[in-house]
Design a protein around this ligand. Sequence first.
Ligand code: B3K
Ligand code: ZN
Length: 899
Amino acid sequence: TRVKRRQDYKPPQFLVDQVKLKFILDPSDTRVLTKLNVRFNTTAYGACDTSNLYLDGDSEMIQLVPNSLKVDGRTLEQGKDYQVSKTNLIINSMDGSGNGVLVEFQVSLNPSKNTALMGLYLSKNNFFTQCEAEGFRRITFFPDRPDVMSIYEVTLVGSRQDYPVLLSNGDCVESGVCSDEKYHYAVYRDPFRKPSYLFALVAGNLVHLEDSFVTMSGKKVTLRIYVQHGNLPKATFAMECLKQAMKWDEEQYGREYDLDTFNIVAVDDFSMGAMENKSLNIFNSKYVLANPETATDSDFEAIQAVVAHEYFHNWTGNRVTLRDWFQLSLKEGLTVFREQEFTADMTNRAVKRISDVMRLRTAQFPQDAGPMAHPVRPESYIEINNFYTVTIYEKGAEVIRMLRNLLGPKGFRKGCDLYFERYDGMAVTCDDWLSAHQDANPHVDLTQFRLWYSQAGTPQLSASTEYDASKSVLYLHLEQFIPPTPSQLLKEPMLIPIKVGILDRHGNSVLVDTGDGNAVETKVLDMKEFEQTFTFYRVPPNSVLSMLRGFSAPVKFSWKHQQSLDDLIFLMEKDKDEFNRWDAAQTVTLEYILQVANQLLDETCTLQQVASRVPAPSKAVLNAFQTILLDESLEHRFRSTMFVLPSELFVAEWMKPIYPDAVHLARLHLKRELASYLKRSLWSTFRKLEKELEGEHRLDSESRGKRALKNVCLEYLCCSQDPDALSVALEHFRKANNMTDALACLNILSAYGKEQGEVALAEFYRKWEHEYLVLDKWFRVQALVPSKDTLHRIQTLVESKSFDIKNPNNVYALIGGYALQNPYAFHLKDGSGYRFIADKILELDKINPQVAARIASCFTVWQKLEPNLRSLMQKQLERLFLRDDLSKDVFEVVNKSLT
Ligand code: B3K
Ligand code: ZN
């Protein structure tokens, strides 16, 4: 009964045309006067005499003020005319004719107690809201579902001194001072119908940066970014990003902004990244505030992406919204895809693609292979907040990318245009999205493609080839297998678009000729069956296939008979597709790491012992890395990316069962081998880049690339704990004039330098003690120290005065960094890491269930671990399971993990 199912969808019984809200703001007793124009949904259900009106309302947050409930002016009586339960307000016998009825009532709430940060809450004495997914019911009683779309008018009343800024969605139509002059008010009207999850208000003592943008039809939009006092200079970058995004959406999708103002507000206490409330985006401050002293190059990139993402939601999410939460990926997958393309256009396409794929492989593939696996359009959930996942977001974006590849950019744009035109102002489904594309592209059949929305699990694609030298024909045999996932045991074959290229022995492109008269450098093969063979003509002997270029489908690809090292190295050096050059390097290193890890398993040994026990990496591989490091024709950024070895989490995906220590040692071993072989080149590259970067700090992409490569070199140089390298790192740390270098060095020193690490951490703390966002980095660095002592460090830090368990950023940095991103430190043989995290989950669950559940996802891996760790982790899961006071959020994760 706790489970909600997609199949059970029914249209709302009552619609709400108009919502009028008046907030009398007070930290511990805020009043919300609510007026709803309600009407029975005769379109869906026909007319009837009377029907009960169910309004959602979370009794933990809101209280109905006695005798305040009226229908068409008549005061109702509790028990007789209406009932209030833990989750509902039910009004009996409402008019069923379809005529409008006015429902009025007042609720009181206590924002200062709202640690879950859902609904109306306080952060540093300012008011903020977060309503997606189901937070509006913590503000007032309402049919809190996305297919109820209404026009909102919001009045805010608050202390002039404490809350000089009063904001809500839409345009401010009136404001002034109240008769009691201590208070003022503002009235906002949003002319667009919207679901309740897009409602927002902000009230507080904030300052703002202002700019403007002229849209393609010549309308001037006022842009504002609100921040705490003192932070204004840190908002300029986000403002530039916003304007870039607005322009890009006009150029690429023909989408124009639709109101006179667009506001972004930064807040330190926020459970996720940001929220696309109509015209009033609320952002985690870490995705707004940046200057080179306090933010790294990656922070700047993340800000660009998130600002664009939230802005893009105005069309994909807000103007066209969701029928129900099962359709979440309709807005999220699409918006992630739009943001990825935007970032690719603004920065470096190949590097962006590589980092997106890294994320998909390290986070989404494991999810898709674990107990929380779900399709891009889930069939059921207990707590919707648990479904803001890498599957909905990142795999969802991959599905859109495949669709665009299938239809071609023009066909895709046609489909999008039709989607916006047909569904503007409506709450729709993933099927509606596909039908728009189908109707706009009648020559393509999307029937099989739909499976990407319904089947969970990462398809496994395996390949083998056969060459007929007499005919110069190459046969490519492909097989797909979609592993079983919870409640989906048997799968149908999916449509997998596979981009292939062929290279001859000298590295020249061979045109891909499948006999259809259209030979091209890169061709998309549509794999549709479980097994399929493709034929390529006019292929010279000893050619090499470059498979899945640009990662054209979110699958696990492998060759039936392992690809030869020569071929991989060849692709690494010669492929025309930069993504595949990187991917070949990943395969080479992954295979080596796995080979070493499988030799170590649970033996405890030092790195010196590892080196003597396993075969050294091949010279050819080491030389290939050398060539790339020194190849000045390649962009710095690309070279640095080539040196990022597959993460421990990704390697573990390929090991059965997982021995986390072996993975760690094997990976570090390879890193050290590379470092020692490349030592001279690493030093010379480092020194050269250091020189080139001297002088004033620059943010352009060339300089960012140089910093990335320089810091990668330094990391390799330090990974064997070479004292000379470490003292260079410390010196570098001290003289850094930007956060990118400082943080890179801090990471290196704390990972590889014992005393130097402590010294640097202490200096960093003294310098940044009062910068909230920087301190968060300081927590994360320590959470990521790859050491068996990290737990103790964290146990101390959570008790320190700088750590606030109520602040999600702090929790994600320290507790999340440890439990989710540092396997070597987390998987302790006595289970103490697990116990500590389970304790924290219980503590957090009382504060912020959403955050607690995210941390709890670190336990979903248990069944894949080696037996000892597996049973230790299972014990903690069972311990959590036995509690009868778990939130739905944590319960769902624990329950699914155990079944
Ligand atoms: N739509 C929000 C996420 C809301 C999460 C609610 N638990 C941010 C985004 O994806 O843009
Ligand atoms: Zn989003």
